[in-house]
Design a protein around this ligand. Sequence first.
Ligand code: F3S
Length: 406
Amino acid sequence: MQLTKEEEAILAGDEGEGRAFAMKVLMNLGDLEDASCLIPIVSAHISGVSYHTAGEALIRVLEDLNGMGARVSVPTSLNPAGMDLRLWETLGYPDDFANKQLRIIELYSRLGIDITCSCIPYETPQSVQPIRMGDHLSWSESNAVIYANSMVGARTNRESGISALAAAILGKTPLWGMHMDGPRMPTLEVKMEGKMEPHHFDLLGACIGSDHNSNVVVFKGIPQDADRGALKHLGAAMAAKGGHAIFHLHGITPEQNLVQKAYDTGMIEERLTLTIGELEKRKDELYPSSGNDIDTFVLGCPHFGVPEFQRLNKLLSGRRLKTGKRLIVFTSRSIIKMLEEHIVLSLRDSGVEIYGDTCMVVTPLRSIGIDRVGTDSGKASHYIPRMSGVETTLLPLEKIVDLCAD
Ligand code: F3S
């Protein structure tokens, strides 16, 4: 990768140890990926925040970076942490875990990072500035990456926590992959037949993630008014089951020029049609059920945004949770604040628990007494058993509400 004179000086340490370290990380990545140069980014988003998933190693890296005097140079946001940073005591997190988690947040904060811990920086108030089509980013949360590339037309690779942090410090990222037109162009057309309910989007994402990992997909047959929350789930499931960083919706998503070019130049190598019945037939294989005897239901993977809160509020519409049932929603603290006087209040009156800063995957569920859950999220159903060893059943949101509310 070619460096400018200024970048070479940074590598040599002229601007401090922290920036030199970041330059080395990006140099290695750029050389590995055959990048030609570094390009400026508008924002960075860092995953690897929970002590449950990242452990002591993360604390050591962050202490080293602070010791080197590193600071971010573009707006940078954080993924969910391992607990609600304000309510952890009432939820019963062990002190040792909580102290380590708070230390991680303090170290990130000292680097100049916004500690609104959420995985939906594309719709979280007070997080990174709103992204626009064509913006270059360095984001390292797969649901956020695929949403930014697909629904907004911004440009980011699926970064690791450390490469996104290095990019945040330098304000630059290597030019490769999703930053260029070619790898964003579709190679597979998937035509959907039948009326899609929101939960079908998780199944569709899981099927494509599992079966077509190396393709960029253009979906046909998705309605113009498809639910935004369902589209978040589509991308999250694709990126969880596969390595996808982008999809296109024919006639809907912003990069129709690339879709058309792919058709015109014969890049679409394969076309397939899927029916709703075929998706439903795959459910048990993609998400084996742990049965119906479930008392705790978790929502908000990806984090709940305003439309998801509105949908849940409408489904509950004043009903109360049954005795012994828990319905827990995860979101960002800034969305809680925005909605606290109406929807959040009404949901809490119904018995719903709403937490910020964390999520059902990166929190240690067993240590707060949860050992079996139901969820509406394909991504959560994929990761919870792996990360926490907790049995997980995927259910449509309507069914979850009926199971836990009178
Ligand atoms: Fe977000 Fe946690 Fe799911 S980070 S996408 S809610 S796994």
